[in-house]
Design a binder for this molecule. Structure first.
Ligand code: ATP
Length: 367
């Protein structure tokens, strides 16, 4: 098991595209890190540089204490699994897994042992004599994973391995990869743009934007305590609701009157003088009532759609603002009808200039 460390890693394409922006980061040994972020944020480029498939403009890559920046991909002794399963047609599953081992100076018995090991690990015993042409692309991807593991690489890199798998095989492959990751306890970097995949598979998520890692944290921590508004927006389906407010603390009370709350709100723990403050709340944290209740605010259902778990995603209009709310099925009112909502203060996030203010808090001021 080895750490992967990148130091001042920078990659430009041409004169105006910065794909990786002067990045310094350690991916700890034995940890599965998902590189997550929107299209074009630099995930693939970062992984390709770590793999030795792309040269950085400047900066270094280390595996443990060894500087591998100038090593070829082959000499880095890594395993890679790509978006499209690389398999060899015309030979069976077992031969596919064994093929790269034939290029290494291993005895027949050692080769057989390694193949048996990965077949067991991936629970592929039933498929070993099947022809590749008969397999769905989820199973083909499993074969590609098995072949990678049989070489016993020092580090494993996955580049969106589930993205192009048929929808009905996706879940099964994801489950198999999860079990594998837990059992292997290897240093793994896994590129994905799919947050559900990252939340399921990662020990840590490296959330990327514009060639930089904006936060490196366990999935739940990232979801519950995003360092900045970008993470709050990117994670979640849909992401956090945001409301902009200018807290004027000329009289040192920093209060704001907004239809979102039953009485004015005061901001504490942050110097809000003339600062544009962004308040955020996740759609599932908003409370809904079908009748008027103390501390609840009236609003109008603008739209509703059914989402996973039989819940509704409601669009509510409150004054000039719109907010997304996840509500249980029984609160699914018709469009244009009234409901009442409450934004619990303990679930409000406070951002100033995009950064979460962890010491700040809101309180209601009695009107
Ligand atoms: P996606 O999820 O769409 O693959 P990504 O986060 O993996 O995106 P990269 O593919 O690393 O992002 O691309 C980062 C930036 O570098 C993008 O602006 C992309 O257009 C640019 N880029 C990547 N590869 C090349 C290349 N070979 N030549 C020129 N520009 C490139």
């Amino acid at each position: 098991m080895l750490d992967i460390r990148v130091e001042n890693l920078h990659k430009e394409f041409g004169s105006d595209v910065v794909a990786v922006d002067n990045l310094t980061m350690t991916f700890p040994a034995g940890t599965t890190t998902c590189l997550l972020g929107p299209s074009g944020c630099g995930k693939t480029t970062l992984m390709r540089i770590i793999a030795g498939l792309e040269r950085p403009t400047r900066g270094d890559v280390y595996f443990g204490d060894e500087r591998v920046t100038n090593f070829t991909t082959h000499n880095r002794n890594i395993g890679m699994v790509f978006q499209y399963p690389v398999v060899y047609r015309g030979i069976d599953v077992r031969q596919n897994i064994e093929l790269p081992l034939r290029r290494e100076k291993l005895s027949k018995a050692e080769r057989a042992k390694r193949v048996d090991e990965v077949i067991e690990l991936l629970e592929m015993g039933d498929s070993i004599h099947r022809n590749m042409n008969e397999l769905d692309n989820g199973t083909r991807q499993k074969v590609a994973v098995a072949r990678t593991l049989a070489r016993r690489p020092r580090i494993i890199l996955f580049d969106e391995p589930i993205t192009n798998v048929d929808i009905n095989a996706k879940l099964q492959l994801k489950r198999a990869l999860k079990e594998l990751i837990v059992r292997l306890n290897q240093t793994i970097i896994y590129v994905t743009h799919d947050q559900t995949e990252a939340m399921t598979l990662a020990d840590k998520i490296a959330l990327m934007r514009d060639g930089a890692i904006v936060q490196y944290a366990a999935p739940r921590e990232l979801y519950n305590y995003p360092d900045d508004a970008f993470g709050a927006w990117f994670l979640g389906n849909p992401g956090m609701n945001f409301f902009e407010h200018l807290f004027d603390n000329a009289d040192e009370t920093a209060t704001v009157q907004t239809p979102l709350f039953p009485s004015p709100i005061r901001l504490r723990g942050v110097d809000a003088a003339d600062q544009q403050i962004t308040l955020g709340i996740r759609p599932e944290q908003v409370k809904i009532s079908l009748k008027q209740a103390p501390a609840y605010t009236p609003c109008i259902v603008q739209d509703k759609v059914v989402v996973t778990g039989g819940q509704y995603l409601l669009s509510l209009q409150v004054g000039e603002q719109t907010l997304k709310v996840k509500a249980p099925a029984q609160t699914g009112r018709h469009v244009k009808e009234h409901v009442w909502m409450k934004l619990p203060l303990e679930h409000m996030h406070i951002f100033a200039q995009g950064k979460r203010q962890s010491n700040a808090r809101l309180e209601l001021v009695d009107a």
